[in-house]
Design a protein around this ligand. Structure first.
Ligand SMILES: [Zn+2]
Length: 143
């Protein structure tokens, strides 16, 4: 386990009424179900809805970095990983022994996993589905 830091920005989230487009407002009633639901009422037509969060809400969204923006692997990144895996270089050609090739593959797979998990983190929500996907993707690297 490693602690990591990332930049976030604060965002406000509102819920609109499916019937009239008005705004759903909290009534202060939380239904004791598992998972809990919050009763909302439209500020325009009085339609009610039981939602999985209380709205309006404040959330934090991960600020995309160059790495997590999906820019992908550059040629320099690939060469750096090959060297890190122990590749031998001669006349500009990289040679990898089978065990070095395995290490290179593991490094590339880990980088791709992290990029995928970052994409999930960028879609993080109160419901936590994207966060769970990110955890599962990262867990694939831990055996
Ligand atoms: Zn409405």
């Amino acid at each position: 386990m490693t602690e990591r830091i990332f930049e976030v920005r604060q965002i406000g989230v509102e819920y609109t009424c499916d019937k009239c487009g008005g705004f759903m407002r909290q009534t202060g009633i939380m239904l004791p179900v598992d998972p809990p639901r919050w009763r909302h009422k439209c500020d325009h037509c009085n339609e009610t809805a039981d939602l999985s969060g209380a709205y309006p809400a404040v959330r934090w969204k991960r600020v995309a970095t160059d790495h997590s923006r999906g820019a992908g692997m550059t040629r320099d990144d690939i060469i750096r990983m090959a060297r890190e895996a122990g590749a031998h270089e001669k006349y500009g050609v990289l040679y990898l022994l089978p065990e070095e090739l395995e290490r290179f593959f593991a490094l590339a797979a880990a980088a791709e996993r992290e990029a995928c998990a970052d994409i999930c983190d960028q879609h993080a929500s109160v419901e936590g589905i994207a966060q769970r996907c990110a955890e599962r993707i990262r867990a694939r690297g831990k055996k």
